[in-house]
Ligand binder design. Structure first.
Ligand code: GTP
Ligand code: MG
Length: 387
């Protein structure tokens, strides 16, 4: 329970997509934008890379797009995990107080890999081993985002079904082929991305497609393939009911790409990735556990790993209640469609009684909850628990 074990305040996101679908540009846009002084001021939190060299590479990728209209090269040979820490930004601290190291900073880990690994055979036994290790680590994330390449979709205007069916079938067969290697001794996994969000990358190329239209396109043109993908993913996990595949949808654009110009200030959905990673697993598991409808037992186990919200609960006055009860109490009676708004209000109430660190965490979580609400309103995000 939350009181006697140290909660994990680290959430992992894995972005899956074919070569050239926009994974590395997305990661660079996310990180680079977070370094912009105006964004830091507005957020009142700073996102820093734990490994400074990695941070510099991502920032350089971003500046290359912003100032030089150049894009990072394709990712080859190696996958990389990027660990980010979210802390109060210097200007969010009261005057005269220096930044203290947070005891339990919020951490997000983002996995990037070469998309060609799903498309081509490994060139050596050594690479084959590295691939399996990579996919094992990708498949232990909390949230998976599956990219539908907006450029390929636009190129298939009128025959979108061909691209969408092929894409989902490739994922399905790729994952199926890896299954025996990823599951050691055939043992099914507990920690596995339980939320598989489908995201339209390069959404700037399809300005008329909102998230509802995107969802209808995927379900309408490739619903059968989506079901097959879900079946394969279910075969990886314990308690396959506790799995949402293709229930959540998102539009993503890392920048506005025009011939000779990349406008990094025009982004879509990028700012939702942190809130999605930090909040969605918690909310979904809390719902499954408390409403006892789906995979309640495994959801209860999973709640322990559900990141910053749990860390926050454990240090708040809910710390003494069992986790499921605390989750229910924290979110309020409205687990389900209105969970986010309830969360926002609850968090706001805490502000008065919290220590500085709690105050920061609750402020960030409240901000995340508002971001998600806004994403839904603007039809950039469709949540699986909306009815
Ligand atoms: N219009 C538009 N184009 C984009 C966007 N993001 C990426 N691109 C284009 O897509 C190309 C490939 O993006 P990457 O991020 O390198 O693709 P990747 O998924 O990392 O590819 P691999 O590393 O081979 O797996 C970029 O060079 C851009 O030209 C976007 O948001 N909008
Ligand atoms: Mg890449």
């Amino acid at each position: 329970m939350a009181t006697n074990s140290t909660p994990m305040v680290e959430q992992h996101i894995a972005v899956f997509g074919g070569s050239g679908s926009g994974k590395t540009v997305l990661l660079s846009s996310f990180y680079g934008a977070a370094q912009e002084p105006s964004v830091r001021r507005a957020n009142r939190y700073a996102v820093t890379a734990e490994d400074r060299a990695q941070g510099r590479t991502l920032h350089r990728n971003y500046l290359g797009m912003r100032d030089g209209d150049t894009v990072p090269g394709p990712t080859r040979f190696a996958s990389t995990s990027y660990r980010f820490v979210i802390e109060p930004s210097a200007d969010a601290l009261p005057k005269g107080r220096s930044r203290q190291k947070a005891v339990k900073p919020l951490r997000i880990v983002w996995h990037d890999y070469p998309g060609e690994w799903f498309e081509e055979d490994p060139s050596s036994a050594d690479e084959a081993t590295r691939r399996v290790e990579t996919f094992r680590s990708l498949l232990s994330a909390d949230v998976a985002v599956l990219l539908v390449d907006g450029q390929l979709l636009a190129e298939h205007a009128g025959e979108e079904d061909r691209y969408l069916k092929a894409l989902l079938t490739d994922f399905h067969t790729g994952l199926y082929a890896l299954r025996d290697d990823v599951l050691e001794d055939g043992k099914r996994l507990t920690r596995f991305p339980r939320i598989w969000t489908l995201a339209l990358s390069k959404a700037d190329l399809l300005p008329d497609v909102d998230v509802e239209a995107f969802r209808e396109l995927v379900i309408g043109k490739a619903g059968g393939e989506l079901d097959e993908l879900r079946t394969v993913l279910q075969s990886f996990v314990q308690d396959p009911d506790a799995l949402d595949v293709g229930e959540d949808f998102l539009l993503l654009s890392s920048a506005k790409f025009e011939p000779g110009a990349i406008d990094v200030t025009t982004r879509t959905g990028v700012d939702l990735l942190l809130p999605i990673t930090a909040m969605l697993p918690f909310e979904r598991f809390a719902k499954w556990a408390t409403t006892r409808q789906r995979g309640a037992q495994v959801a209860e186990q999973l709640l322990k790993f559900a990141g910053p919200v749990v860390g926050f609960l454990a240090t708040s006055r809910y710390g003494k209640s069992p986790l499921v009860g605390a989750a229910a109490g924290w979110i309020g009676g409205g687990i389900g469609s209105r969970a986010v708004s309830f969360a926002t209000k609850r968090v706001a109430k805490f502000k008065d009684e919290a220590t500085a660190e709690q105050e920061f965490t609750s402020r960030v979580l409240a901000r995340f909850a508002e971001d998600l609400d806004r994403g839904v309103e603007q039809r950039v995000l469709r949540r699986g628990d909306e009815s």
